[in-house]
Design a protein around this ligand. Structure first.
Ligand code: UD1
Length: 429
């Protein structure tokens, strides 16, 4: 199994190209199931989760063709892939594929909407909490689906097709919003989704669905209204830049010191996190090119943070921010309100010398003068990158095990960081 070796202490200088967002690419790829036409997606990141979803879509009968790079094209921009679901040949998404990635469960919405039946294994994904699916199922039931759980599979049927409904989510869920939104595009009549997730990735999917002929209003707000249509058609869409990758590298630069341009990063999708970094003493400058992050000489100030649905501070940056605060000049408090078990990085950060106490959903981080290298274990996607950030600032050598978690969500992480001066490399056995 691959490991990542880091020798800490180098400042970061230069430029990092921000990839397409994993959390947008996955539902966009899934949206291809809604139409017999061809959905062309540009800027798809090269990630393990994307590869896995390609296999799942293939299993449903989706043809996929990836463009080669043309001369002069920037190899850093992601892949262009054409997805064509002329016929959905299999309405089952099997356990051995779905159990490895939670987002693959989302095929339930489009397959049910288009084929009037779907059989999808209950999901897996990062072990960051119980992660139930009640909101997805109640939304689809309200749209007229008959749903049973049979041997670990959700079996959904809507013989006459789905119908519009007024869905009021009791809690904000990104995945349940994606699924209800996609299903509603092909339902009979009007669907209203209240308390919808407003994450930029949800907006990106909604924008793409509109290009495919869907009638959606309220994009970017917490109330989405969808007028169902008979059929959607093909379209071309570019995956938006990854705000979590952007925030992660911003925190890496904040941690090591230095000056880096995060090319293509969008400040408008990351305002809360960038404000918090500014409060911590980091210099952030947004421009048309991206976001420049700098910290020269001055120390980090402790800042209190609470994770919230968008536009609040993202749970997907909580672990990285905690790594940063381990070196702050004082005590910071971090409260996780989205997932109940998202503190598995705490004991690994402690191995590097961090001083963190946990009480329920709240972590109190007492800044220390120095972190020191150690062997650490990645437990989930975002936790693993927080250990990389800590390792970049720790004295001596750190080794990160279970790197496959990182490969699910970060494209060429070692190359991007080492091009800016980090001493980081992958060891493959
Ligand atoms: C998505 C993101 C993930 C991010 C999360 C929250 C993708 C591929 N993944 O995950 O990176 O951390 O949003 O921003 O986009 N819940 C229920 N019942 C349900 C569904 C969810 O109680 O039926 C709860 C969850 O347990 C959690 C909260 O709702 O406590 C938010 O989860 P949700 O927004 O659904 O996360 P995901 O869509 O799985």
């Amino acid at each position: 199994m691959d490991r990542i070796r880091i020798t800490g202490g180098n400042k970061l200088h230069g430029e990092i190209h921000i990839s397409g967002a994993k959390n947008a690419a996955l539902p966009l790829m899934i949206a291809s199931l809604l139409t017999p036409g061809t959905l062309t997606l540009n800027n798809i990141p090269r990630l393990a989760d994307v590869q896995l979803l390609k296999r799942i879509l293939q299993n449903h009968g989706v043809d996929q063709r990836t463009d080669g790079k043309r001369p002069g094209e920037d190899i850093k921009s992601g892949e262009t892939v054409h997805f064509t679901a002329a016929h959905i040949t299999d309405t089952t998404a099997p356990y051995h594929l779905v159990s490895r990635m939670r987002a693959s469960f989302w095929v339930l919405g489009p397959v049910l909407a288009r084929c009037h039946e779907a059989r999808v294994s209950l999901p897996g994904g990062c072990a960051i909490g119980t992660r139930p699916v009640d909101l997805y199922l109640s939304a689809l039931k309200q749209m007229g689906a008959d749903i049973e759980i049979d041997q670990g599979y959700v079996v959904a049927k809507a013989p006459g097709g789905l119908k519009g409904a007024d869905i009021q989510f009791p809690k904000v869920s990104v995945g349940a919003t994606h699924v209800a939104l996609m299903a509603a595009t092909l339902a009979r009549g009007e669907t209203m989704i209240e308390n919808a997730a407003r994450e930029p990735e949800v907006c990106d999917v909604a924008d793409c669905l509109v290009k495919m002929g869907a009638k959606i209003s309220g994009i970017g707000t917490s109330t989405l209204t969808i007028e169902g249509v008979e059929e959607l058609h093909g379209a071309t869409h570019e995956v938006l830049a990854d705000r979590i990758e952007t925030g992660t590298y911003a925190m890496a630069v904040a941690m090591t010191g230095g000056d880096v341009l995060l090319r293509g990063g969008r400040a408008d999708n990351l305002e809360t996190a960038l404000d918090i970094l500014t409060n911590a003493g980091v210099k952030i400058t947004a421009s048309d090119e991206g976001i420049r992050v700098a910290r020269n000489g001055n120390g980090l100030q402790p800042v209190h943070v609470e994770t919230q649905p968008y536009p609040g501070f993202p749970t997907d940056l909580q672990a990285q921010f905690m790594a940063l605060m381990t070196r702050a000049g004082g005590t910071s408090v971090i409260r996780e309100t989205i997932f109940e078990n998202r503190f598995m990085h705490v004991q690994e950060l402690a191995r590097l010398g961090a001083n963190i106490t946990l009480d329920g959903d709240t972590a109190t981080v007492h800044g220390v003068n120095e972190l020191h290298g150690a062997e650490v274990m990645a437990t989930d996607l975002r936790a693993s990158v927080s250990l990389v950030i800590a390792g970049l600032a720790a004295s001596g050598e750190s080794t990160l095990h279970r790197v496959y978690h990182l490969d699910r969500g970060f494209e060429t992480l070692e190359e991007k960081l080492s091009a800016c001066g980090a001493d980081i490399s992958r060891i493959s056995d």
